[in-house]
Design a protein around this ligand. Structure first.
Ligand code: SIN
Ligand code: CO
Length: 415
């Protein structure tokens, strides 16, 4: 791949922030610089989904988790979602990646932005950064996007439908934002740009500073010189999306097997009279279908099964990397006893009282699995020492070996 000429000051090679000593989030009642010395409980009560919060030095000594060139390399991969946004005389342009590095504008050129989505799925440093936000349930976590912008670059004034922490990791960005009512968009734009933007506040963020924005707050961030920003985003599916997906889940659950007579039954109309208006929908059809639909029942268990499977489903472009030469189960167990194991960055593992959900699959949480699975799901890793205490459960070792062969877990614990 051709290397980019060193035209502008390169973003220094990354490292984890110095105080990122463990891959975890603050405890609910632990005051933390991440939230401006508030506790997660105070933050959730006062700000979460309620109002913006500017946090100076949320990450003291912050450095970009990826260098500029590393970000450009990610944007060149097929399984990474990236977008290039350029701005010229009130017109916005958007192109979708992948982008070979020589397809991106020169870094000396002003006013362009590269957005790379799901960086936490591809890079341990980004995944570790995202872990700091796990005082919010994983079911709400979406991804970590990194934007790179040259001077004057931005994506235009807009609003998002999700909660976001905008963390400045390199250079400066001027943010303007406000809770305006008029959220109408400019017509015929390739991206959402507000027709009228009336910011109420304005701040320049430097590395380590962070801005939390709840959904629907109008905002615009403009790079002051070359800059990089991490957006830690939280998904909030719409009622329409949840309804459609739940109804689909219920239909799937009904199955289509010969044993399931109800799902197999077809519409019948032995009482249908001859008609003179053949195009008119028959009342009989409306009544029958009405009673079929009124018959659909569900319980909280169905809702949990739906949510667990739906929210643990990897995004469409996610591809797991199974080990090239997988160890057999015996060797895998020996290695895990020494080194421990970690969920792959791309694995989503959720659980409730009776089930667990891994990468879109739902399984019963047996009494034996209750001893270790919630622990693995919450910590996302098991230390070797802990693994040793569990190995008398052969169902656990064979399940974890399967996950390892599928690329869902990796040997070595992060702790
Ligand atoms: C950006 O980082 O350039 C845009 C992020 C956002 O406004 O949501
Ligand atoms: Co935004």
């Amino acid at each position: 791949m051709p290397k980019r000429p060193p035209e502008a000051t390169p973003i220094p090679d990354s490292s984890l922030r110095p105080n990122m000593h463990k891959p975890g989030a603050p405890l609910p009642d632990e005051p933390t610089p991440l939230l401006g010395n508030r506790t997660p409980r105070q933050f959730m009560r006062r700000y979460w989904q309620k109002k913006p919060l500017l946090i100076r030095q949320a990450f003291p000594g912050m450095k970009a988790p990826l260098s500029r060139d590393e970000l450009f390399e990610l944007a060149d991969l097929d399984d990474v979602e990236s977008r290039l946004i350029t701005h010229f005389r009130d017109t916005w342009n958007m192109e979708h990646g992948p982008f070979a590095s020589d397809e991106l504008p020169a870094v000396k050129k002003r006013e362009w932005t590269l957005l790379v989505q799901g960086v936490n799925l591809h890079d341990d440093r980004a995944a570790a950064l995202m872990n700091c936000f796990r005082f919010i349930p994983d079911a709400r976590l979406d991804d970590l996007m990194i934007s790179y912008a040259t001077d004057g670059g931005g994506v235009g004034p807009h609003f998002d439908s999700y909660d976001v922490f905008l963390l400045q990791v390199h250079g400066k960005r001027r943010w303007r934002f406000g809770a305006q009512r008029d959220l109408s968009l400019k017509p015929d734009m390739p991206l959402k740009v507000l027709q009228h933007f009336e910011p109420e506040e304005e701040w320049v963020l430097e590395p380590g500073d962070m801005l939390y924005l709840p959904p629907h707050i109008a905002h615009d961030g403009i790079a002051e010189g070359e800059c990089m920003t991490c957006s830690i985003g939280f998904r909030a599916p719409s009622t329409r999306e949840l309804t459609a997906q739940f109804l689909y889940h219920l239909a799937e659950r009904m199955g289509d097997t010969p044993a399931n007579a109800k799902a197999q039954a077809r519409y019948r109309d032995p009482q249908q009279e001859p008609v003179t208006k053949p195009a008119l929908l028959p009342q009989l059809l409306l009544d029958r279908v009405g009673s079929i639909l009124a018959d659909i029942k569900w319980t909280e268990k169905d809702i949990a099964a739906f949510l667990g499977s739906y929210l643990s489903e990897p995004k469409a472009n996610v591809v797991f990397d199974p080990p090239e030469r997988a160890l057999n189960q015996k060797k895998f167990v020996e290695r895990a006893k020494k080194a421990g194991l970690t969920l792959d960055r791309k694995t989503i593992l959720l659980y409730d009282k009776t089930s667990y959900f891994v990468n879109g699959e739902a399984e019963a949480l047996t009494a034996r699995a209750k001893k270790w699975l919630p622990e693995l799901a919450d910590a996302r890793c098991l230390e070797g020492k802990r693994f040793v205490t569990l190995t008398d459960d052969s169902s656990m070792t064979s399940l974890l070996h399967e996950w390892y062969c599928a690329g869902w877990i990796k040997l070595d614990s992060l702790i």
